[in-house]
Design a binder for this molecule. Structure first.
Ligand code: ZN
Length: 225
């Protein structure tokens, strides 16, 4: 039975590396697949991992219809045994429904990879629909760590070094935005997410002797330097 599977996690949890590994494993078994991604950090039509691997992928736009793309592919006599979709958090709810239909009516395995929640801790639309429709959801717990060493569970948006919790849902990181601010993302544990204490703020706090964390017993002192 074909399945719709969602591998979900924070940033830096190794999703894209796993997506590439999965594609490799399928191909080693002579299976033929289609790869999709959206807003990959390396640019359009490429699926890349932080470890430096990459492969060609179809770029997903809001008006792309997965059903049409796959049916056309098959109509031209080409094979498709599986679909791998990275950055699926950015897909629309309707696109996730198209993927479910591909599984059910064409018998093609669809594996999606994506970030669960945005920098406000709210589910991305694609992730939400996947949680609702997927046959299986697997939460990736690959060692994404907060600066304090605890397991990182939340994505924080940092603008010019300061953590923010309001703003547009999708702003690609490491780029100067319209206001020429530097937008970055950092994974944090829930405690430090709730305290708005990203690594930069923690370093500042540790460098200022008269601003001590108010509860040293539960809040790790950030490493100096
Ligand atoms: Zn932490």
């Amino acid at each position: 039975m074909a399945e719709l599977v969602f591998f979900s996690g924070t940033m830096d949890c190794g999703k894209s590396t796993l997506a590439l590994q999965m594609d490799h494993n399928h191909r080693a078994r002579q299976r033929v697949g289609l790869i999709f991604t959206k807003l990959d950090r390396m640019g359009e039509s490429v699926l890349s991992s932080r470890l430096g691997l990459s492969t060609h992928a179809h770029e997903v736009t809001d008006d792309l219809d997965f059903w049409d793309v796959v049916v056309e592919h098959l109509t031209h006599g080409q094979r498709a045994d599986y679909l791998i979709c990275d950055e699926a958090q950015f897909f629309t709810g309707a696109q996730i429904e198209q993927l479910a239909r591909i599984v059910d009516e064409l018998g093609i395995d669809v594996t999606c990879f994506g970030i669960t929640a945005d920098f406000r801790t709210e589910l991305f639309p694609g992730s939400k629909r996947l949680f609702e429709l997927a046959d299986r959801v697997q939460v990736l717990q690959v060692a994404a760590l907060c600066w304090c060493g605890a397991r990182a569970t939340h994505n924080a948006r940092i603008i010019d070094g300061v953590m923010v919790v309001e703003g547009e849902q999708v702003v690609v990181g490491d780029t100067a935005s319209a206001s020429d601010s530097l937008v970055e993302y950092e994974v944090l544990c829930r405690r430090h997410y709730m305290r708005r204490m990203n690594s930069h703020a923690a370093r500042l706090a540790s460098a200022t002797p008269d601003v001590l964390p108010f509860d040293l017993d539960v809040c790790a002192v950030p490493p100096r330097g």
